[in-house]
Design a protein around this ligand. Structure first.
Ligand code: ZN
Length: 96
């Protein structure tokens, strides 16, 4: 209660049963809960997520570090251009 979604890598606030709205809805449809709901993140949310991922990556893993850096660059570029988030794969949950 009052925590965050338990789905792997999800940074959204808990909605019910330890899951955010999107992951909760996913599970209630019988779909796998694993995997982030990238489509619900705003451009700035994606920048934050990529920045956190970059900070978390091991500095000894060059490949993972480069990939995280690329993700951050992509997110920042999209944010700077104010690109719309790509079309969602499933309906976007209402934001509270
Ligand atoms: Zn979630």
């Amino acid at each position: 209660m009052g925590g965050f979604c338990e789905a792997d890598g999800c940074l959204l606030p808990e909605h019910a049963a330890g899951l955010c709205q999107g992951h909760f809805r996913r599970r209630s449809r019988g779909r796998p809960v694993s995997g982030r709901l990238r489509e619900v993140l705003s451009p700035w949310g994606r920048v934050l997520e990529a920045a956190i991922a970059l900070a978390d990556v091991s500095s000894e893993d060059d490949q993972a570090h480069r990939r995280a850096e690329d993700n951050l660059r992509t997110a920042i570029t999209a944010y700077a251009r104010k690109d719309p988030v790509p079309a969602p794969a499933e309906p976007v949950p209402e934001q509270v």
